[in-house]
Design a protein around this ligand. Structure first.
Ligand code: SF4
Length: 61
């Protein structure tokens, strides 16, 4: 499934909710900062976008 998930760095406070709620291995905390490591695994379930308290997740699909 083609999809693009991204984190708006201007909005992200590194609360890592996306990494905690994502059922796939899209996010990973690397050296204390949440990163997208494999956007191709995203199933567009919206859990990260709904969970982010800062609205920092962008889903383009
Ligand atoms: S939409 Fe779902 S599968 Fe995709 S990155 Fe967010 S939580 Fe993970």
């Amino acid at each position: 499934m083609a999809s693009v998930v991204s984190i708006d760095a201007d909005l992200c406070d590194n609360e890592q909710v996306c990494e905690a709620v994502c059922p796939e291995a899209v996010f990973r905390v690397v050296e204390g900062l949440v990163r997208i490591v494999d956007a191709s695994l995203c199933t567009i379930c919206f859990k990260c976008a709904e969970g982010c308290p800062n609205g920092a997740i962008e889903l383009d699909y």
